[in-house]
Design a protein around this ligand. Sequence first.
Ligand code: TRP
Length: 460
Amino acid sequence: MLPGENRIRDSFSSKFGIIAAAAGSAIGLGNIWRFPYVAGQNGGGAFLIIYLVFVAAIGIPVMMSEFTIGRMAQLNPVGAFKKIAPGKRWHLVGLLGVVSAFIILAFYTVVAGWTLEYLVQSVKWLFTSKTIGFSSMSTEALKAFFTDHYDHFLSGIWRPALWFVLMMFFTGYIVISGVKDGIEKYAKVLMPVLFIILIILVIRSVTLDGSKEGLIFLFKPDFSVVREKPVSVILEALGQAFFSLSIGMGTLITYGSYIRKKENLANTAVSVVAADTFTAVIAGLAIFPAVFSFGISPDQGPELVYITLPVIFQKMAGGFIWAFLFFLLLCFAAVTSTISVLEVIVAYFSEQLDMSRRNATILAMITVGFLGLLCTVSKDLFNLFNASPDLLLPLGGFFIVIFIGWFLSKNKSRKELSSNGAYSVGYYRIFIFLVRFVAPLAIAVLFLLGLYSKISNIFS
Ligand code: TRP
């Protein structure tokens, strides 16, 4: 008997709960903070097309593979590979995922913590009219305010550190309550609220004067940027697809292990991918029309959400309302993602090291907390962690598709995907083709290109 196999396992209680939790993992800062600025710097509509191709040809098959592994084994990523491929080294892929989870959670929770600071600033603005909070800051002051959070040394580290700890605490609080009574319960409420807020913001943004330019930027493919730097645009698109879909790290192996046998894995994966992609696009729709309407250039980079948007909110009628809604949205999106990453570590600790869920969560919070605090004091470490998913996730994704495509017998994957024959798997041949050839080849080529460009950056 493998460690963890004899434990009673929690599971998601409904189809909607699964989709809310998995979409909650996928939809996060990656969609609302990262996607708009990455698209903004890489050609807008042209980037979107390349991104969509990767999502369909690589994202969906990797996600289905992760769900398959998780649900087949009903264990955390390390235990899952040990169970399905006993005596082989595949569990190292799971271990890579757990290590990636520490790294991603540490820096991601730091960024998530910034949203709390901005939320508090918006609330101050709401209650005190135009005197406190970022309502009264000049653009320069807003820049400095953001840089303080990014460059923590300038004004002391305690505020970002405090927000980080608080965010870690919220995350742990939800995870400690369990899969059904914690993760699923919160995702089912937070995700619908998130969509409502986002739709309200989109309506506000596209009805501003001069917003049309923003729509053109987001939807009209202009390939000039792609022609200028094709490799980097393509790499950004792949990295963004992995990060945004939460794939390549075992998060969805872990969530897959809580999916009941009667659910249809393929249409769950497609729904989650569709929700994630839709959210990235409408986050762009909430942001770019407003950016163009106020005459700001779209390629601001990571500052887009944290400096540019507050500047815009100041100029909008009732700006505090929009600011408050926006940062609340960002905060909800972040929490439903941090819990999914923490869950990977908790499932690993509790099953592989045979700990109670409570102790596993506390141990995970302390260890990640330590790493995250290091990120709030060292910008170099923060930047290193922030850049690492670009390589770690495709690496994990590569082995996951190789495992499903070449190691696991077709009978087994077909059986799992069809829920033992309950669902038709008419897509199976396409799936296997993507998982055997298209995804591994594309990931391998792009991974090597990415590695090469990172190394040549270091030496140049
Ligand atoms: N997908 C989330 C986002 O877009 C972040 C995230 C959650 C993630 N879990 C992950 C990224 C696992 C990579 C792997 O913000």
